[in-house]
Structures are given as C-alpha cells and as structure tokens.
Ligand binder design. Structure first.
Ligand SMILES: [Zn+2]
Length: 226
C-alpha cells in the first residue's frame, strides 16, 4: 500500500526525520532541508506498518456505531457527555440530560436507545436552530419561509428555491459557532443561491473566520454517528 503524505522540508536546525498523523489521518513528514528523497522513502517504508495501524485505529474509532451502554460519550453543542443507562420500572422511560450527563431509563437500551437520542437531539436542534435563525435573520434582514429539522446524515443544511431552510438534527452535536456558520450559510442562500465567489464574500463579511468552521464540519463530523 502507498502512504500519502505531505512532506515539509525544514531550513531550521532540524537533524532528524519525523512523522505526524493528525486526528483526521493526514500524514506529515518533516525532514531537514537537504535530506535525499531516497532516505525519506526508506523512512516511510520503515514506518509503514505503524502508520497503517494508527490510521486504521482512528477510522474505526471515528465510525464506531453507538451501543447505548453506560459510559459511552454523546455529543451536544460540541462537548461530549457520558451516558448512564438504568431501568426503573415505575419511572418514565426515556432520556434525560441533567448536570452534564445523559440518563436513559430503558430495559433494553441497545434496542431503543437510538430512537430516544434521536428525538432528544431533534427537540434540542429545533429549539436552538429556531433561535439562531431568528437572530441572524434579523441581523442580515434575510427572512426564510420556513425552518425544518431533518434526519439527513451528510447534509447539514439546505435552502430551497423558495427559501425554506432545512437543518439536520445532527448539527446540534457541533459547537455553537459551527452551528452559527451553517445558519449564516443557508440564510445567505436566500440572497445568493449558488456558491459563487460573491456568495463566499458575503459569508466572509458576516463571519470572517467561516473557513475554520467549514473545515471543522468536514473533518470532525464523522464523530456524530448514532
Ligand atoms: Zn450552500
């Protein structure tokens, strides 16, 4: 297997070749400026197995489906909180979020845990997104016709021809500033439907750091699996 990597040659006093794997599995090799290509290739070949193992581990962690057991972590507004599963027959079945912890009352969480989480997330997403759309819609004087919460897996938001906005409930797992970026993005489509350079300039005027949030969604959202 070929390893894709970015090579950074350093003019500074670096003496050895080193290797980094980012959280999203990008490999960077740092080498002293005049290191011959052969030496770099040999270095990568030697580390190949380790690189592959590390990336595999990252991928399986990132895409692991939830089992709805005690101790598992669930995202909400960019932070992760542990779940506690219990069963109390006389109490109401379902999911409660209290003092930085999720409590799920269910005799069979593996079976119904997901649907309890989905409805909880949808409710929170509706509250939060309605409020943020309202805020930015006043600020930007852009009025959507309707705001819908969807179950889309990959599409965070959309704006239809007649300016109905949709947002995936999964967005509520992201940090507030990332959610705001998606809100501003979709609202801006009311003014400009395509992703033209004008569109990105309009976004930048409202949110100069928008690229950080866009990048975050691309790289981190794999964690939002239920
Ligand atoms: Zn768009």
């Amino acid at each position: 297997m070929n390893i894709n990597y970015t090579l950074k040659r350093s003019r500074k006093r670096r003496k050895t070749i080193s290797l980094q794997i980012s959280d999203n599995s990008e490999v960077t090799i740092c080498a002293p400026h005049f290191t011959p290509a052969g030496e770099i290739n040999r270095f990568v070949r030697e580390k190949q197995n380790w690189i592959q193992r590390t990336i595999q581990k990252q991928i399986s962690l990132r895409t692991k489906e939830k089992e709805y057991t005690t101790g598992e972590l669930f995202y909400y507004l960019g932070e992760s909180f542990p779940l506690e599963v219990f069963f109390e027959e006389n109490a109401r079945k379902g999911l409660v979020f209290w003092r930085d912890r999720f409590y799920l009352n269910s005799p069979d969480a593996a079976v119904d845990g997901m649907s309890f989480f989905v409805s909880w997330y949808k409710k929170k997403a509706r509250e939060h997104l309605t409020q943020r759309v309202d805020f930015f819609s006043r600020k930007l004087s852009l009025q959507p016709r309707q705001v819908k919460i969807t179950s889309a897996g990959k599409r965070w938001g959309s704006c239809s021809e007649d300016n109905n906005l949709s947002f995936s409930f999964r967005l509520i797992m992201a940090p507030p500033e990332v959610i705001d970026y998606v809100v501003v993005h979709e609202l801006m489509h009311i003014r400009e439907k395509s992703h033209s350079s004008r569109f990105w300039k309009l976004i930048e005027a409202v949110m100069p750091e928008y690229k950080i949030h866009r990048h975050w969604l691309k790289e981190e959202s794999g964690k939002f699996i239920l």
